[in-house]
Design a protein around this ligand. Structure first.
Ligand code: SF4
Ligand code: FES
Length: 238
């Protein structure tokens, strides 16, 4: 193993270019460690984003050797090609600068997919509970561990072709709420995810499911939404 890594990093805005850095290679080094080394020891003007460093916050996602990944849990040994790494911002999102993509439209689409929980109870009521271990709980839990990293969105070719498409993460969130027995907004939600800018646009390429670092399957959730939309349409609820 070479003692150093040759790392190409995207610098600037959409019209920027890759710049190459030499970074010492270390045992158990993550891609986020590499970016942090560049920013702290070589070039303090490099912009990037991270918070938790343990795979919980979803803020560190970047394109590593051509594929979107969470960088804090991606070991260099797994992705380096010899001594080479290429690190770029997530695709399918506007670029702010360097490795920082603008996530606003990604989260705006969660709102358009009715990704907010709407309960039936008031502040004066006790919490509504779903029994742990019940089928209802398992259904609601199946896709709930999303950390909002945007990896699936960056991996999705349908988003690349059709920027209005809500994308896998927003639809995965809608599916989670559609399966939450406490949620009261399902009719509006199914209308929000019914069109050809929503669940019907999915071509089942599976890139989101292949790349999701939390091993979720937005593809399965989108298929579930398609079935729920068809059922609601047949029953005259849409
Ligand atoms: S579904 Fe997976 S890849 Fe997509 S935002 Fe959530 S955690 Fe990230
Ligand atoms: S820094 Fe939080 S998920 Fe990577």
């Amino acid at each position: 193993m070479s003692a150093t890594l040759r790392v190409k990093v995207w610098r600037g805005g959409a019209d920027g270019a890759f710049r190459e850095y030499e970074v010492p290679r270390r045992e158990s080094q993550t891609v986020l460690d590499v970016v942090t080394h560049i920013q702290r020891a070589i070039d303090p003007t490099l912009a990037y984003r991270f918070a938790c460093r343990v795979g919980m916050c979803g803020s560190c996602a970047m394109t590593v050797n051509g594929a979107p990944r969470w960088t804090c849990r991606t070991h260099v040994d797994k992705v380096a090609r010899g001594d080479r790494l290429e690190i770029a911002p997530l695709r399918n999102l506007p670029l702010i600068r360097d490795l920082v993509a603008d996530m606003r439209e990604f989260f705006d689409k969660w709102a358009r997919a009715q990704g907010q929980f709407k309960g039936r109870r008031t502040r004066a009521d006790d919490f509504e509970r779903i029994t742990p271990g019940s089928d209802a709980r398992k259904r609601a839990d199946a896709a709930i561990e999303c950390i909002g990293c945007g990896v699936c969105y960056a991996a999705c070719d349908v988003v690349a072709w059709n920027p209005d498409y809500l994308g896998p993460a927003a639809l995965n969130r809608a599916w989670t709420l559609a399966n939450d027995a406490r949620d009261a907004a399902n009719p509006e939600r199914l209308r929000a995810v019914a069109g050809d800018r929503a669940s019907l646009a999915c071509h089942t390429h599976m890139s989101c499911t292949e790349r999701c670092p939390k091993a979720l399957s937005p593809t399965a959730g989108i298929a579930g939404l398609k079935r729920a939309v068809a059922r609601a349409a047949l029953e005259g609820e849409l």
